[in-house]
Design a protein around this ligand. Structure first.
Ligand SMILES: [Mg+2]
Length: 329
């Protein structure tokens, strides 16, 4: 297999002779080897294999115990464990599955069978990784999705609340998105979403969190060690989206702007949902005030910020009562 797709296998076996045989056999893989359980656990602290081949009978810590410890660690428990064992009585095999093993091969093993079973476990592991990534990724923009936003946002929120660190939340909604879809078609609408996603990817740093949480709605969490950081980011996002040049296939430019609501965690903010609802209220204000602008609450316990930036010149006046944002308004 090509080097970039070579799977990593950790072999845990107390017999040096067996280990040598296995390492030769697994020549197509990147093989790491351990002669006992504690050494295997040390290796896992440094490097995660795609599959573990694990002997059961070993002095000190036996294979069952090694398996149990691996399955207790959230970052290790997804690694499939293939037992290689001389213990082929029914209770021993059942116990191997009970402690979390994925499969077993009896000693003396048949080479081709062992390789086939390793290959299946590697494929299974990779399929699970792909599914896990898909489950937290928005396919259109490549950004995290709503599920990932709340899963990753919750620890960020809890930490900020516990330590009293300023944390800002933003809701960003593309203006008149339904109109874009209706007028230019869904392919153009999708392109607008991808381009706005690209702006977020460019401007949002690694310690901040952003996600596409709805049709044309994006959410952000911004830890704010310095006053003004979140508001400046919101204004940069708004500005970059307004400057996007998106065209139809026929070369017709599609005007793309976004409204942004911004809120900070305060003494009354009990949950992440509360914080996002506050940001959503500000987004609603930005929509009502004419769109293509940032509206925010006052940042708690800091010099008062202007609650709202001036609408940029040329913004279309609010014509009718705005519907709730989030549905192509
Ligand atoms: Mg042994």
């Amino acid at each position: 297999m090509p080097p970039e797709t070579r799977a990593k296998v950790l072999v845990v076996e107390d017999s040096q002779t067996n280990l040598d045989i296995l390492m030769r056999l697994l020549g197509d893989y990147d093989v790491m080897a351990a002669l006992d359980g504690p050494t295997a656990l040390e290796i896992l602290e440094r490097e995660l294999p795609d599959v573990i081949l694990l002997d059961i009978v070993m002095p000190g810590m036996d294979g069952y115990e090694v398996c149990k410890r691996i399955k207790q660690r959230p970052d290790w428990q997804g690694i499939p464990i293939l037992f290689i064992t001389g213990k082929t009585d029914e209770p021993s095999i059942v116990h191997a599955f009970d402690v979390g093993g994925s499969d077993y091969v009896a000693k003396p093993f048949r080479s081709k069978e062992l390789l086939a079973r390793v290959r299946i476990q590697v494929e299974y592991r990779r399929a699970m990784d792909t599914l896990r990534t898909m489950a937290v990724t928005d396919a259109l923009t490549g950004l995290p999705n709503r599920r990932a936003f709340f899963a990753d946002g919750l620890p960020l929120f809890n930490e900020a609340r516990a330590l009293g660190h300023p944390l800002a939340a933003m809701m960003l909604d593309i203006d008149h998105f339904k109109r874009i879809n209706d007028r230019y078609g869904h392919a153009c609408g999708d392109e607008v979403l991808r381009r706005v996603g690209g702006v977020l990817r460019d401007l949002v740093s690694a310690r901040e969190l952003c996600a596409r949480v709805g049709g044309e709605e994006f959410a952000l969490l911004v830890p704010e060690p310095e006053t003004g950081l979140a508001l400046a980011l919101a204004e940069r996002l708004r500005n970059r989206i307004e400057s996007l040049v998106v065209e139809t296939l026929g070369g017709e430019p599609i005007a793309t702007t976004a409204s942004i609501g911004l809120a900070w965690i305060g003494p009354e903010t009990q949950t992440l949902d509360d914080l996002m609802a506050q940001a959503d209220d500000q987004l609603y204000r930005a929509k009502r005030a004419g769109r293509n602008q940032v509206c925010s609450t006052c940042r708690p316990e800091s010099p008062p910020l202007r609650p709202q930036t001036a609408p940029p010149a040329g913004t279309a006046p609010e014509s009718a009562r705005s519907p709730r944002p989030g549905h192509g308004v």
